[in-house]
Each structure stands twice: as structure tokens, then as C-alpha cells.
Design a protein around this ligand. Sequence first.
Ligand SMILES: [Zn+2]
Length: 453
Amino acid sequence: MSGMLVRPCPLPEELDLGYLGRLMRANGYHSKNEFAKAMAMHVGMPSRQQRELPVAQLLAMMADQTAEEFAQKHTTQPFRRAITHYYPELMHGSLERLSFAFKSGVKTARDGLYFCPECAEEDVDRHGVSYWRRNIQIPGQVWCASHGAPLFYILAKGGSEQTPLSHLDTAERVSLSLGRAAANNAAVGRYLEVAAGLAERPKPLDVRIASAILKSQARSLGFRTHGGKGSSPLLSDFMVQSFPREWLGTICPDLLNKPVGRHLNKVDGVLHLERGASGAWNYLLAAAVLFPTSEAALNSLTEQSESNRPEPRVKRSSTSAPEDWRILRAYAGSYGDHSNVRHQFKLPRRTAEYHFKKLGLPSLSGANKSGRRQALSALLLEGKSLAESAQLGNMTDSELLALFRECCPNMVSVLQEMANSEAVPQKVGRGMRAVTPGEAEHVGRSEAMAILD
Ligand SMILES: [Zn+2]
């Protein structure tokens, strides 16, 4: 039976690299190169070189999916290429240009692989194995919203060959301060939602169109939209004010060391450079601060792009968002049941989550959540202590505290704004790379400069 391999199906949102690791383990391989040859043999193309038969294509064949389907569901391409000047007409995963498919196929979107141990445990219960999830590998994602806790990560090469839980003892953890700062910041929330929304598209947005849309929005808000001198405010300065500094250091550390008023090409250039100022992330950061909601950003970017280039549209709700008071009433009427409220207004999941977060309305129903209402009522209506309230709701003190924080988004965002406006700009550094959350925690903003490539 030489050449025959065991082929487990990829799991929901399983990252390509993790799927490769799981296939290798299932078939007893330790070397990626050897396994690539074995896969080529298995699919009946043993003589093909990797440049002609990229690993991404082999994995798609092992998964019984088309290369496009596999890229869309299991690779970080839809995030990395969300907005690009490089063959924007090519579908994610397209094999039309093999050299491109070879180079851009199986890759992470940032240094390190991230996981949430509690989600991983749930995957073991549900799927029998913990696995690397693609949707938490977006640069800037440092917090598990489901478990209200910072993510863990590993930097070791080849780490994806083992399961996330097998790294639990040696993995680093994003600091609580960084995790909370990100989780409680509205602009970070919009950034992640825009990234996830664009990743649902089968192909990238053309950078020229995205840039024109961002430029028009920036101009309407009074920002400087050219590379010359001027007195109008810069997008880059606004970003520094809008995002938590420690978090921004994990995506674009150059921003932290930029004097106020100095034009930074890779960021301010997203509004006027033809060929793409830099990675997709800077466009997403810009969209997150220029638009009031992620939905407004997504609608503007995708609708205007589609009208410029006729092609199948990403399905998006055309109904306008319900007013806040209607959501509050429905939430009270359903005793905090998110899915009930969502269905009442026929809201897409992301939109509904955005409204609940903005209004400070955590989910109070579903598995393990029944005590939440009781605990919050004891704390807020009956004046009981934190410990007493937590006990009544069958929760730990820290769980109740985390829940309570979800209820105060306005206070969190004004405090964040106060903290950001106190931050002092540092000297300019060049050749900076993004720091990992661990580095961000240890070096702080003034020493971030020292981390040079
Ligand atoms: Zn989790």
C-alpha cells in the first residue's frame, strides 16, 4: 500500500499548518518535506516539484476541497490579502499563478501561533482533539472573547506539528493588561470585525479602490489626505490616540515612536499611495478609526468595490440597525438571551455582537450562564458584596468581575482615551518590526525602539 495515506477531514476553522501537522501525526511523519513527497505520491503526482505542486494545493486535495475552497476556509490568505495591489483579481487560493500560490500559500499572518486553552479543551470534547484555529491568528488578536481571557502563544518553529494543548506548559501568555486593553477598546473591536468581515470575501479588495474609499472618508472628517505639508490632523496621530499603545506595538510599532504631526508613509500613505503603502493591516487599522462602526466600514469598502468591479456580492443585511432602546427592551424581554434578540431583529451575528458590546449587554443565557443574571442582580440591585454576589450566581469572583467589566463599555472607553492622551510620543525609530505581545509587555513603549531587525 505504498503511497496511501490516512486523510482525516479538516475541522471547522482549522489552520492549514495545523491540518498539515495533524496529517503528519496521523501518518507517522516528522519531516514536512518527506510528508510533502508522500502527499504528492498519494495524489498520483510523485514527480512534481513543490513549485509546481504547492503544499497548499496538496492539503486541499487531501481535504477533498478545491484550492480556492481550502484557502478560503483554512489559510490566512483571506486576512493577509484582504486588501492588496498584487493580483487583486485572483481568488484566494487560485492556482492561476503557480509561483504566487507557492509563495503565499501556507503561512501565518504574524509571528507565533495563538490558542485559547479553554477553547482547545472544548475542541477536545467536541472533536476529540485540540487544534490550531485560523480565526484567532489575526495580528492584533490577543484575547478570547468567549472565555474573557488572554490568548496563549508559541513562537517555536514547527510548533504547529503538535496540538495546542501539548504546548500548554511552555507557551507564553499575552499579559492581562494588554489583553484587557485590547478587549475593552472600541477601535480594536472594529479593527478585528473589519478583518473578519473582509476575510469572508473569496477575493481581495483592490488597494486602489480601498484607498480611494478611505481617502474620501478621511477627507470628510478633515484629515490630511496627501503626503505634503499641511496643518490638518494626520491619520497616524489619530490612530495613536484611538488604539491602546501596548496593543498598537504588536502591529505597527513605528507608530509609537512617531512625533505628533510627522507624516508616516506606511500609515498616512494608505490614503494616497497608489501601490499600497504597506500590509493589509494598516488599511484595516485606518478603516477602524475612520468609520464609526465596523459595519459602516465593511459596507462602504465592499459595496463601493463591487460597484467598481461587477462580481458576486458578499451577502450583507440591508436592513438598518435597530435603535439602542429597542435592543435594550428586547434584551430585557428575553432575559439577556443574545440569540433571541438577534433573531427578533434579523441581525447578522457580527452586527448583533457589536451592539451588545457597545451597550454593555453581556449574554445571560445558555450553558454555564444561568447564574450570571442572579449574580449581577445581587451586586447591582441588592447591594451585596462581590464575593456574596458571585457565590449566589455560582461564579468565581474573577468571573463576576470580568462580567461586570463587560457591562461598563462607556467608562472603559473614556478611561482609555484619558490614558492615551497622557502618553508621551517618543523618538522616531527605523526598521522596526512588530513586537510580540510578550515583548510589548516586557519592553514597554520607550524600549520598543531597541527591538530592531
Ligand atoms: Zn477561549
